[in-house]
Design a protein around this ligand. Sequence first.
Ligand code: ADP
Ligand code: MG
Length: 390
Amino acid sequence: MRDIRSLEMRGRRVLVRTDYNVPISEGGVITDDTRIRASLQTLRYLLDNEASAVIIATSLGRPKGYDEKLRLGPVAQRLSELLARDVEVLPFDLDEVRGQILRANQGSVLMLENLRFYPGETSNSTEFSHQLSELADVYVDDAFGTAHRAHASVVGVPQLLESAAGFLLMREVEVLSGLLRDPRRPFTALIGGAKISDKIGVINNLLPRVDNLLIGGAMANTFLLAKGLEVGKSLVERENVEVARRLLEEAPEKLVLPTDCVVADDMGMPETARVVPVDRVPAATAIFDIGSATVRSFAEVLATSGTVFWNGPMGVFEVPRFAEGSFGVARAIASIAGYTVVGGGDSVAAIEQSGMADDVDHISTGGGASLELLEGKDLPGVAVLGGIGA
Ligand code: ADP
Ligand code: MG
């Protein structure tokens, strides 16, 4: 991928695609600014290298056209605090935007309104790509979270301007493709979450490459079914029992399933929770977490791993009574000497809630993008910058 450091920035207007798709509460408060912080290195680099203007382009939420509630004011405000500089949100009118950019002072930081307000963004319209590219001299992509989307600001603009990847995008691609290329061994993947169908591409691509594949979350239930166990009212995918059976036959020495689990009568009745072996799940209950014996056995495998990749919570971690499995593996991952990577929206939320995030080597800012990369797919936003797939 072309490197941001290969471009001349001095005296030039730089359009930077960032991923500021952050959670914002009703009152306009950003509840997690990780993605804004993650872009600071690139923005500071541009300012230090005397770009004449830094024009940030990002999307927020999934509005279909203009939506007052999804304007970028709160995002610009937070960025301004972190960068200790003024950040001006430009009007939602590209003619006015052009004028304002021309009048901007040297070293200004400006932000386009939410890209999703413009219909040409998601349709990757040639006209919108041209309009965006005319705002700047140079394009830098630092938005790993949208690298799997062939949108105008991701793939259209870099075909029209001198372009390169920013520091965040470069690091994400290097770390994640490194997992596929030459991980330090033993390499352990810990996969959980809701559905096999969401993760089957990743599992298929990782299984030949890993030494251990630990499976938790609701996904494990379908594997337990495939082994002939009864899982009561647990979330399962009957249509994927065959897939699970094939994976168990393909790599029996690599796949590790839970041996105990936390069951309850209902997700909303955590007071009925109890731990049972996986072959004793009462018919009237459902599995909502892995049990403590499973956490210990997973932790043992993790402890001796040279590389760990975690995606997918071990249970319904949103409910405190069912969070211990996810928090337990989070602590195990945080404490090991091996190289650790966590990716996936809910997995990142779980590691953050566990308080262990600082002890993980790499936390990916891209949910869908990190999974697609690990599936072995070429990401359009990476390919357009001269990057090749993993
Ligand atoms: P990620 O976003 O990290 O890729 P997923 O979206 O695949 O993770 O899965 C997260 C969801 O899986 C969470 O909302 C969690 O509640 C759910 N989940 C995990 N284990 C179970 C379970 N045993 N039963 C029902 N839902 C589960
Ligand atoms: Mg998710």
